[in-house]
Every structure is written in C-alpha cells, then in structure tokens.
Design a protein. Structure first.
Length: 466
C-alpha cells in the first residue's frame, strides 16, 4: 500500500475519525465500527495528504467540473479544484426561496461532465441523490471518487445505474494497517470484516414479530388480517360495471386480504353499491382500500374524502395519498375524523417515465415515518430486486410496503405500466402485492387469484420465515 494511504489511515485513527466498539446505525443495525470524517477539516496536514491522494485518483478520469457532496467532501473538492485547475460547482442542500433559486451553484455549461467526490460510500443512496441533482441541471455524471469504501458492494450498486466508483481506501486497507501497528486486535478486525461483508439489507421480518413493535391500530389491523387470512394479495378491481365488480369479488374474496377500488370508474354506481361491498368484505374477511390518490390542499381533500357522491371516508378504511402538496394533506384527510382511517403514501410509481425522484421518495418517507398514526405504509415499485431492496431498507418494520405493477404473464400494457414478477416484488421487500389485470382480465379470476395468492404467500414465507 502506498505511503500516503497508510499515513491517512493512521492519522484518521489518531484523531478519532475511525472508531471501534458498538454503534447504533441509522438503519437500526449495530456496527462494530464507525467512521466520522467531519472533523478532518481542522487538520491541514491530513487534508493536504487527502488532496494528493484524490489528485492521483482523478488522474485518469475525464471531467469538466468537479463537486463534493456537502458537507464533508465539499472542502476537499474545493482544494482539488484549485490544485487541478478544474472548476468547482456544488449542490445546495435546500433551494433558496429568494434570489436566484438555483440548486447548483457555480458556473457550468449544459452537457459538461461532473465528477463527484465524497468521503464515504455505504449504501450508495446519497450518491444517487447527488447525481440526480447534477443531471437535472444538465450535467453528465460518470465517475464518483470516495475516500473510504465501507460498502458491501458499492461498485455494483453504482454500476446498476451506470456510474463508476473509485475509492482511495477500503475497510480491508484500514484493518490491515491498524492490525500491523497493533492498534486493532484480530478478533475485532474479524468482527468488522464480517459486518461489512454482509449485504446491507434488513431481514424481512415476520408479521407476527412486526406486530409486537407496531403501535398504530390501523397498521396492526392490516398485519392481523394478513396473518389471519394467510394472504398478502390485494386485488385491484378496476372494472367499470357493478355486476362484473361483484361477480369477480365474490369469487376472489377468499383469496385476498384487501380489495383496492377506483370507485370513480364504476359507470352504474348506485346507493346499494357500498352496502354490498361491505357485505362481501365481512363475508370474506377482507379490507376495503380506495386508491383515490388524494393530492390537493388539506381543505379540499377533506371535502373530497368525506363528501361528494362517494363519501369515501364512510367506507374506505385506507386510501392512497400523494405528498406533492406537503404534510398538511394528512391533517386535511385524517384530522377530526370520527372513524379510524389511514393512508398509504405514494413513494414510487410503476409508470414508465414518472416524475418521482429519489429526493422526493426520501422526503415522502420522512413525512410518513413522522406520521405513523395515520400512515400505514407506502406504495412503491422498483426496477429490479436490488433496487426494491434499497428502497425497502428505508421503510420501518411497523409500516408496510404495497407493490402494484405485478403480473406473472406480462411485462407491460403499452400504456406505460411496467410489471415485476411476484417473486421479484416480494424478494425485494414488498409486504403485499397489488394485482389488477393479472386477475381481473383472466378467464378464470378465482383461479388466477389463487395463483397470485399462493405465489406471493409462499415467497413471503420463504423470505420472512412467517
Ligand atoms: P394492473 O392491472 O395490475 O396493472 O393494475 C394496477 C393497479 O395499481 C391500478 O389500479 C393502478 O391504478 C395502480 N397503480 C399502479 O399500477 N402503479 C402505481 O405506481 C400506483 C398505482 Br401508485
């Protein structure tokens, strides 16, 4: 190993930036080590060394401008920028409400390539967010250079979205240098190695265990129903006439734990529709979920939910909600309501080219986690199993992930729908699947419902030991 790297590892250890012990991580896992590089800015000799190492790492890369992800890597990128004569740009954490309102500060031309420097890589999440901001501003991102790679498979994660990752030191480098210098004993080193060598994913827990940590009654109810029915299948019953609706629901009711309606597509909706729906829900023990996708300001959604022809709040225990209008929509919907109701937030969509960004998804999850009393979970999707896993890891065990866009026989519908298989959806981390045409458009909806139910429940049992 090059001297500069060795010196860096020893310096970081000396200033307490590399710590060993027991640390609770944001994900809930307990790590035997912790890396915190925030204080390095106060040690000019360390920065000087890092800048040299970064310069070497950047030597074979093509780029027009560089950036560092705030806060830790931004001063590093600034130094490298001066040393290499490469213009620096940076992305604001918050867009200013006044002045220019720009997201990216600094001068650049659309189409230029931006190299991104960061201090650490763990899950790759913040790298995707940074790349997304740069790309939205018209820059192209190819390379990431990180000081320390503490990930399980960071290179692969970034490669899955077409990016390249180089890092200066790995966890293995740290362990070997500290071990040589007798600054770390072999047992602890092995513990660190084992921790890093496990994929960053939480195990899929059984509903029976999750119920113990779930306090919101409306979320408990979902888990209890899934367990009682031994089904994690939601039927999306998007048909236009009442007779077909009830015909399919009568046949498929025994297989599902929840029916999802789009009540406004029923052509011949009459006053007896809801009592019939309630009757079947009771008979077959399933829950009623209206996919209304509320999206307006609090005061409007309150009326849309409680009034009008459908009076959705009277009969739909769960509804879907877009968070585009902000957190107050939850107060509009669920505040001062006499009956218990809860929402599923749209965190990601299955439609091709949808405008939901990684940042938006993260913000939706942040709001949802604060509002567990009225948010039972999220509607989400993903490109593949790994993509879903990364998303799922951010969802707490006392909320659910429901996944639409699932079909065993089709990849899409020619109108933008993109399908996953049941296996991929559940292995990735969906708690339940939402299936529409896979069942409704089949010649034998009852048999199709049984097929989806069995596939989803078997897959769930396998990944969770339920
Ligand atoms: P399908 O027939 O299985 O494609 O129906 C899927 C249902 O899920 C349909 O009611 C959509 O409105 C709903 N859906 C979806 O497909 N994708 C999404 O991202 C969201 C909802 Br949100």
């Amino acid at each position: 190993m090059e001297n500069g790297k060795r010196t860096l590892i020893l310096d970081l250890h000396r200033i307490g930036a590399l710590k060993f012990g027991e640390f609770k991580l944001k994900s809930g896992a307990t790590s035997p080590f912790y890396i915190d590089l925030r204080s390095i800015i106060s040690y000019p000799e360390i920065i000087r060394n890092i800048v040299q190492l970064l310069k070497t790492a950047l030597a074979d890369k093509q780029f027009d401008v560089i950036t560092g992800i705030p806060y830790t890597a931004l001063p590093l990128a600034a130094q490298v920028s001066v040393e290499l004569d490469a213009p620096l740009v940076y992305q604001r954490k918050e867009v200013k409400a006044y002045g220019t309102g720009k997201l990216i500060e600094g001068h650049f031309e659309e189409g230029q390539t931006c190299l991104i420097i960061d201090d650490l890589i763990t899950t790759g999440e913040s790298k995707f967010e940074a790349a997304e901001g740069m790309e939205r501003a018209g820059l192209t991102v190819v390379d990431f250079v990180c000081l320390i790679d503490r990930s399980y498979n960071g290179q692969e994660i970034l490669a899955s979205k077409g990016y390249k990752l180089s890092s200066i030191i790995t966890v293995e480098d740290m362990l070997s240098v500290l071990g040589e210098q007798k600054l770390l004993d072999d047992k602890l080193a092995q513990k660190v190695r084992d921790f890093v060598n496990q994929p960053v994913e939480k195990p899929h827990l059984k509903f029976s265990d999750r119920l113990a940590v779930t306090t919101a009654p409306m979320t408990q109810k979902l888990m209890e129903t899934i367990l009682r029915k031994q089904s994690n299948l939601v039927l999306s019953l998007d048909v236009e006439d009442t007779a077909t609706f009830f015909d399919i629901l009568e046949k498929t009711g025994p297989e599902i734990f929840m029916v999802k309606t789009h009540i406004d597509i029923i052509k011949d909706f009459r006053g007896d529709f809801i009592p019939r729906l309630r009757g079947l829900a009771k008979k077959h023990d399933f829950i009623i979920f209206e996919d209304r996708k509320f999206a307006d300001i609090g005061s409007t959604v309150r009326k849309q939910f409680r009034s009008g022809v459908y009076k959705i709040a009277d009969w739909a225990e769960y509804v879907t909600v877009h968070m585009i209008a902000g957190e107050a929509i939850l107060d509009g919907l669920f505040g001062e309501l006499e009956v218990p109701r809860s929402g599923f937030l749209l965190a990601r969509m299955s439609a091709k080219g949808n405008l939901i960004s990684e940042t938006y998804t993260r913000q939706v999850l942040e709001i949802g986690k604060r509002r567990k009393e009225c948010v039972s979970g999220y509607i989400g999707h993903g490109a593949d199993v790994d993509d879903i896993k990364r998303f799922r890891n951010k969802i707490p065990q006392d909320q659910l992930l429901l996944m639409p866009g699932v079909n065993l026989d089709s990849k899409g519908d020619g109108l933008g729908q993109q399908y996953l298989t049941v296996e991929d959806a559940i292995t990735g981390g969906a708690d339940a699947i939402i299936v529409g045409r896979g069942i409704v458009a089949s010649k034998d909806p009852a048999a199709a419902a049984k097929r989806y139910r069995t596939a989803a429940w078997q897959a769930f049992k396998r990944v969770s030991d339920e």
